[in-house]
Design a protein around this ligand. Structure first.
Ligand code: HEM
Length: 413
């Protein structure tokens, strides 16, 4: 195969290979061309751990305001209806915290951060533990179930709904909108139609919640956002968008931490035994699940200046995707990078980002993972995989199993 042909293959970010096994797909790039110009989608692909960290930590050179600054059409192209919806999509995405640069980012982040510190989240641990216990009580040994719908989705949805003080009866609706928002980084030409249904659904859903908190603030997270409006840090539209972002980011990613993590344990029964023998390993195991099969496989930046990375020069205005799935398997940083070791330590994965945009919900996601993996290890001796080759949603950003059918072997302890 010529090098051009090889690059043609490796430039199709939505190819079946890339979705099924991003580790092999982007691993090839990391070994052969770690700062790679993707001609098909007109962007740089960054795959080495060290380069990713350099970029993510240098927020002055690599702006997060991708949607606001980038006037190029979406990739891959959208249909005519999608083109008509583009401004609405841009406005929504452009108002999110994750799309801001300093000083706007600094003010918004300061407001929200207090609610999500590791210390503040520890106070929620008992609630999360009881939510896990309730879910596990519903499992029945010997029956086949879908991990995604029985465990992976209900836990984070229950937790974020509780934190945001939204009624339990609304959980299914939240899940439906979140599923539609997932279309953001898919490849179908008609993807914006579903995405915009999710955007409008989330915004309409958040509007009365925000109204109520503005007039009568409580201690929940939406009230923190409402305070931001009161202080002039954000306007009402931004309040609603960030409420929607939190409802979405606050559970969609954790769903995949749980689904991908359980799959990793099923495929590595010795590691499950290790955790069962010592449930105290749940913290390290959660980090390894995050590293090994990360819920977010890549995200983006746009260059704010000309800057060299390795032997390539990235020009102002060019887009980049940094590939967590490749950096987390970089052999320069991780011994036996393709092996899943539940007790791996140290584990400097970048699944939660780095620098000023480091995941706001990191502590929350970690506590949910730790509590779930620990409780499962205490009660379940083994899972049998009923779908030998599970399939993934065709997204270049989220590593999201369509379903994961398993049977619990042996009695529940
Ligand atoms: C395992 C679960 C999670 C993963 C893998 C994850 C991953 C990430 C990553 C990689 C970033 C950095 C994005 C960038 O730099 O462009 C990020 C940012 C963010 N995450 Fe998470 N996340 C998770 C859970 C959560 C939860 C539970 C919440 C909310 C409760 C949340 C809210 C956010 C927010 C608001 C940002 C933007 C922060 C900023 O721009 O300052 N995430 N997340």
């Amino acid at each position: 195969m010529t090098s051009t042909a090889q690059h043609a293959d490796l430039d199709d970010l939505f190819a079946d290979d890339a979705i099924r096994d991003p580790y092999a797909f982007f691993g090839r790039l990391r070994e052969t061309d770690p700062v790679h110009w993707n001609a098909r989608h007109q962007l740089w692909i960054i795959t080495r751990h060290a380069d990713v960290l350099t970029i993510v930590r240098d927020h002055a050179a690599f702006s997060s305001a991708v949607i606001q600054s980038d006037r190029r059409p979406p990739y891959p192209p959208v249909d005519d209806n999608g083109v008509a919806l583009l401004d609405e999509v841009r406005r929504f995405r452009g108002a999110q915290l994750v799309e801001q640069d300093p000083p706007r980012h600094t003010n918004m982040r300061r407001l929200l951060h207090q609610y999500f510190t590791a210390q503040a989240i520890e106070a929620w641990r008992p609630f999360i533990r009881s939510a896990v216990a309730e879910l596990l009580d519903e499992l029945r040994p010997g029956t086949t179930f879908d991990v995604m719908t029985a465990l992976a989705a209900p836990l984070p949805v229950r937790v974020i709904a509780h934190l945001m003080d939204v009624p339990p009866t609304d959980r299914a609706k939240l899940r439906e909108y979140a599923d539609k928002l997932l279309y953001i980084n898919r490849g179908e030409p008609n993807r914006f139609a579903t995405l915009v249904e999710g955007i409008r659904g989330m915004l309409d859903y958040a509007a009365p919640l925000a109204d109520a908190r503005v007039s009568e603030p409580g201690t929940d997270f939406i009230s923190v956002l409402a305070k931001g409006e009161h202080l002039g840090i954000m306007d009402r539209y931004e309040l609603l968008v960030n409420c929607a972002l939190l409802l979405f980011a606050g559970h969609e990613t954790t769903v995949n931490l749980i689904g991908n993590g359980i799959l990793a344990f099923i495929r590595n029964p010795d590691e499950w035994e290790k955790l069962r023998a010592n449930p105290e390993l749940a913290r390290r195991a959660t980090e390894e699940c995050l590293r090994f099969d990360p819920p977010v496989t890549s995200t983006q930046r746009i260059a704010a200046a000309d800057i060299a990375i390795g032997d390539r020069t990235i020009r102002k205005g060019e887009r980049l995707r940094w590939i967590i799935a490749a950096a987390n398997r970089d052999p320069e940083v991780f011994p036996e990078p393709d092996q899943f070791h539940a007790d791996r330590h140290p584990n400097p994965h970048i699944s939660l980002g780095a620098g000023i945009h480091f995941c706001l919900g990191a502590a929350l996601a970690r506590v949910e993972g730790q509590e779930l993996f620990r409780a499962l290890a205490e009660r379940v001796s083994a899972f049998r995989l009923e779908t030998p080759e599970p399939e993934y949603q065709p997204s270049i950003q989220f590593r999201s199993l369509r379903e994961l059918r398993v049977t619990i072997e042996g009695p529940l302890e």
